[in-house]
Each structure stands twice: as structure tokens, then as C-alpha cells.
Design a protein around this ligand. Structure first.
Ligand SMILES: [Zn+2]
Length: 282
């Protein structure tokens, strides 16, 4: 089982999250556009990261280095590939929100048991922040000086970020070219979607469940993965109550779980996220 920070992705759910967060009872006060963007971006990245784990396992992708780092790269490059025609400032602002999430995780006061340990399979929160910032900047260094300013990525790292991005993109394009299901081959296995009841402590859980279900976005992501690749068995994408703000891929049954609590966690952290594009946090 692979969990994501265990507090802590593909593209999904802009509509899902916007619909979700538009629920009046979801928040104590109205959310700003920046908060909505932060939550949406990080929910998308979470799903793409976990789908990265699923593809690594189900397609037996070769991985050099830590799988958690590979899943982060798969998640981010997946977002690039899906947004190929809309790589504008708004898109990049969304990506920076993903990096900023890891900064917030890194810098927020938390009990010792929530700290990522040096021996953990995941990189430290601070490292994930800089790794993601580097990939974002490296995708277009000539036009993304503001990303350096916003994230504070040091020049010593930034100098080679274009190579890091090109290497990660090459890896994703390499396996996609080899493993994409030929159009002539029928879809053998599918990822289905399951909605578990929301946890009782989540005040607006039922409303959250209804809105996510009505959006149909989880089904869209499941269909995308099922039809893009020739998966060796059926899988499951499940929205569930987990007791902690988590997400994971479980290789025992090819299951990706996104927790209600994780969406709630993004919502809480969004209140401390930067608000203006290109503007560093104070
Ligand atoms: Zn992971």
C-alpha cells in the first residue's frame, strides 16, 4: 500500500471540487477564488499521484529511485500533458498552488507523529515543495521567473530544472508511447467508482457526497485511465471516510482511495495559501 505523506495524483475534478466547495455549509465563510483554486489543484494532484502508483504497479513500469518521487513526477507531468493547450498563467498558478501546499505542510506547526521522518518512503515535505517547484520552473524557464520569486527556489537548483523537467517528461512520454492501448484493442478491464458514506464527524459530508457524485468527475478519471491503457485487471476508485486526511493506492486490489478528510484538509490549509499570482507569501 502506498500512501501519500500519508498526509498527503492525474487530472480530475475541477468541476467536482468547485461544485463541492460551492456548498454553502461546507465552509464557515465564503471561499475566495484563490482558495477554490488551491483545493482543486491539490485534489487533482492527489488523484494524479495515486493514479501514478496504480500505473506503476499495474503496468509494471520500471522505476529508478523512490516510487514516491516517481509518483509525484507522474502526477505533475500528467497535469502538463492533460493541459497541453492551456499552459497559461492560470495553469501555472494552479501548479504553484500544489508546490505551496507542500510548503504549508512543511512549515505548519504539527505534532511529532505527523512529521515525515528521514527514513520514510516519502521525501520530506520541504523536499517535495522544492522538487515540484523545480519541475514547474523547469518546464519553461524563460517565462517563469515569477515562479522562482514566488517559491524562493535557489539558483543553484533552478539552473538545472529544465533538465529535470525534460527527463521526467521523457520518461512519461516513453511509457505512454509503448503502453497506450491501441484503438483496435477492446478495453478488457475497467476502473469502477465507489462512493462510501461520509464520516459522521464531517459536518457537510452528505452534501459533499451528493455533489461529488453528481459531478461525475471520478467516473471521468476512471474511464480515462481504463481506456488509455490496457490494464491487466479491474480496479477501483473510491471516495471514502478514512479517519485521517489521506489518500492511497492499494496494490492488493488495484484500488485508489481519496478520503473525504483529505479534501477537508486542503480546504483548511487553503486559508493560509498565497492569494495573488506571482506574489510571494509575506
Ligand atoms: Zn504516494
Amino acid at each position: 500500500m502506498h500512501t501519500l505523506s500519508e498526509t498527503a495524483p492525474w487530472r480530475v475534478c475541477l468541476a467536482m471540487l468547485l461544485a463541492l466547495l460551492a456548498a454553502p455549509a461546507m465552509a464557515e465563510s465564503a471561499l475566495t477564488d484563490a482558495q477554490l483554486r488551491f483545493v482543486t489543484a491539490n485534489a487533482e494532484f492527489t488523484l494524479f499521484h495515486e493514479m501514478g502508483h496504480l500505473l506503476i504497479a499495474e503496468l509494471q513500469l520500471p522505476v529508478l529511485g523512490r516510487e514516491e518521487d516517481a509518483a509525484d513526477q507522474l502526477g505533475l507531468i500528467g497535469l502538463f500533458l492533460r493541459n497541453n493547450r492551456t499552459r497559461d498563467h492560470a495553469f501555472y498558478r494552479k501548479l504553484v498552488d500544489i508546490a505551496e501546499y507542500w510548503r504549508l505542510e512543511w512549515q505548519r506547526p504539527k505534532p511529532a507523529y505527523e512529521e515525515v521522518q528521514p527514513w520514510d518512503s516519502h521525501a520530506l515535505d520541504a523536499q517535495r515543495f522544492y522538487n515540484i517547484a523545480c519541475l514547474i520552473y523547469g518546464s519553461d524557464p524563460d517565462n517563469l521567473d515569477w515562479v522562482l520569486q514566488t517559491t524562493g527556489l535557489p539558483a543553484e537548483r533552478a539552473l538545472y530544472c529544465d533538465q529535470e523537467f525534460a527527463q521526467a517528461r521523457h520518461a512519461v512520454e516513453w511509457f505512454e508511447a509503448r503502453l497506450r492501448r491501441p484503438a483496435s484493442r477492446p478495453v478488457r478491464h475497467r476502473i469502477s467508482v465507489q462512493y462510501d458514506p461520509p464520516p459522521a464527524h464531517l459536518v457537510n459530508g452528505q452534501d459533499m457526497l451528493r455533489r461529488v457524485r453528481e459531478s461525475g468527475e471520478l467516473e471521468t478519471v476512471a474511464k480515462l485511465a481504463s481506456e488509455m491503457f490496457d490494464l491487466p485487471r479491474d480496479g477501483l476508485l473510491r471516495l471514502s471516510g478514512c479517519g485521517s486526511p489521506d489518500s492511497w493506492y492499494d496494490s492488493r486490489n488495484a484500488e485508489v482511495v481519496l478520503c473525504y478528510e483529505r479534501l477537508e484538509h486542503f480546504l483548511l490549509l487553503s486559508r493560509d495559501a498565497p492569494t495573488e499570482a506571482g506574489q510571494p507569501r509575506p
